[in-house]
Write a protein that binds this ligand. Sequence first.
Ligand SMILES: NC(=O)c1ccc[n+]([C@@H]2O[C@H](COP(=O)([O-])OP(=O)(O)OC[C@H]3O[C@@H](n4cnc5c(N)ncnc54)[C@H](OP(=O)(O)O)[C@@H]3O)[C@@H](O)[C@H]2O)c1
Length: 294
Amino acid sequence: MTAEAITLLGLGNLGRALAQTFVRGGHSVTVWNRSEGKAAGLAATVAGSAAEAVAAGDLVVVAVLDPAAAQKVLSGVDVRGKSLVNLTSGTPDDARELASWAEAQGAEYLHGAVYAVPQTIGTDASSIIYSGSEAVSARKSLALLGKVTYLGADAGRASGYDVAILAGMYGLLGGFLHAAALARANGIEVSELTPMLWSWLADLQPALTTFAAEIDASRYDNAESSLAMNQSGLATLVKAARAQGVPFAGLDAVKALVDRQVDSGRGQESLARAVESFGLGSQGLAGGQQEDRH
Ligand SMILES: NC(=O)c1ccc[n+]([C@@H]2O[C@H](COP(=O)([O-])OP(=O)(O)OC[C@H]3O[C@@H](n4cnc5c(N)ncnc54)[C@H](OP(=O)(O)O)[C@@H]3O)[C@@H](O)[C@H]2O)c1
């Protein structure tokens, strides 16, 4: 691979792993970090400012804490003609805002969301989804970091996927923590429970595929897992959790989504219909008018 001049802005846990991977790939890497000392042991050139670092690179990768930090780091920096890759987590609008700014400055902008931990960057266990500049996404050096999936020209699209995937992840983690608290309240070792929990979650995958198709088509007449049946199950769980002294607002919220649909007479339809309870806001969940799509 031809050596490229790559700049890394931000040497936190992720940024450092990215820089190391580019160095290992034989590229000429320039780094900058807000506080000093983070580049120790890296075979890279350390720049005295973000502007100096950007001037040295052609591909400029940003990996800082949040969108406000990314904006601050790039503010006042001449990025004309550069290929900017922002791997800082944020909302779709944050990505679009920075993309507009970059375009106005004469830079190409690609936004990415990383599915890896720093230790797995550059291995088969790393994948990154991108949207924005297709030309930048095709740069060979980016393929060093992990599997590349390009999702289109809208710079906010990768973050749209990311927030949905992370919401799913935190929902799962919240469920796991509640399961652990329930197990402990019943004198069950969480290490003993976890493989059984995981086995059941893995078996649920086909059901999620079915629910996804139902939601995309807004058709909920397959009642293999009906709202009414799940409402009853959720009521039992909420009662058990309270009795064990470990109530969980997350579980109450799932029940509220289901209740809203059952209350509107949809109890015999698929559980997937509970997605229609979103978009009504707290007003909707508290009993506002349901928009009837079918
Ligand atoms: N770590 C992961 O596993 C992982 C995975 C996927 C995505 N991400 C995303 O990648 C981004 C970076 O994560 P990380 O793990 O590297 O975080 P981190 O270890 O906490 O590092 C944060 C970095 O941001 C810099 N920073 C914070 N505020 C700043 C500001 N106002 N101006 C300039 N620089 C600032 C820090 O500089 P200082 O050293 O000076 O504090 C540091 O370089 C985050 O958006 C995170 O969500 C991380």
